[in-house]
Design a protein around this ligand. Structure first.
Ligand code: GDP
Ligand code: MG
Length: 162
């Protein structure tokens, strides 16, 4: 059925979201999760961990030429990070909208960084910037068994598919 296919396609898109050590230490875990959950996205994986510096360098490998790379990796590995995978229609692009611009000074009010952060080096949250990055980041942070596929009862109300 076309409607089932549409629902399946909607379910297939996944993105990697991480609450960085500043977000965890500032007590913003529930606030951040709530914004994704209330929007209608579905949580399919979550854990808290302290990444090693080597792991942080792998995560941010595409930024290794940037002057802030070393400090950024030191910071990401400085404390607990909440790593998550969220699923839903358009979740990669819209997740970035929920997060806001990289520099919180330029993030719109209403976005996570706009409402909750001030400095670019302490912008509390990470989100994959495209489908390839999302795939790579999910594979770096989670094993396939940690990703939980399920149907949420809310989906038919969120997508309007019966
Ligand atoms: P993001 O995808 O919006 O997180 O931004 P990027 O992928 O470009 O950068 C990764 C992270 O590096 C950002 O979230 C910031 O925490 C940090 N960052 C980016 N640009 C700067 C900068 O100019 N200075 C500093 N100190 N950190 C930066
Ligand atoms: Mg990025």
């Amino acid at each position: 059925m076309l409607q089932d296919q549409q629902l399946q396609a909607a379910e297939l898109e996944r993105t990697f979201i991480a609450i960085k050590p500043d977000g965890v230490q500032r007590g913003l875990i529930a606030e951040i999760i709530s914004r994704f959950e209330k929007k209608g996205f579905k949580l399919v994986a979550i854990k808290i961990m302290i990444p090693s510096k080597d792991f942080a360098q792998k995560h941010y490998h595409d930024l290794k030429e940037r002057p802030f790379f070393n400090g950024l990796c030191d910071f990401l590995s400085s404390g607990p990070v909440v790593a998550m995978v969220w699923e839903g229609e358009g979740v990669i692009k819209y997740g970035r909208k929920l997060i806001g611009a990289t520099d919180p000074q330029k993030s719109e009010p209403g976005t996570i960084r706009g409402d909750l952060a001030v400095g670019v080096g302490r912008n509390i949250i990470h989100g994959s910037d495209g489908s390839e990055t999302a795939k790579d980041e999910i594979a770096l942070w989670f094993t396939p068994r940690e990703l939980v596929s399920y149907t949420s009862n809310a989906e038919k109300w969120i997508y309007g598919i019966n």
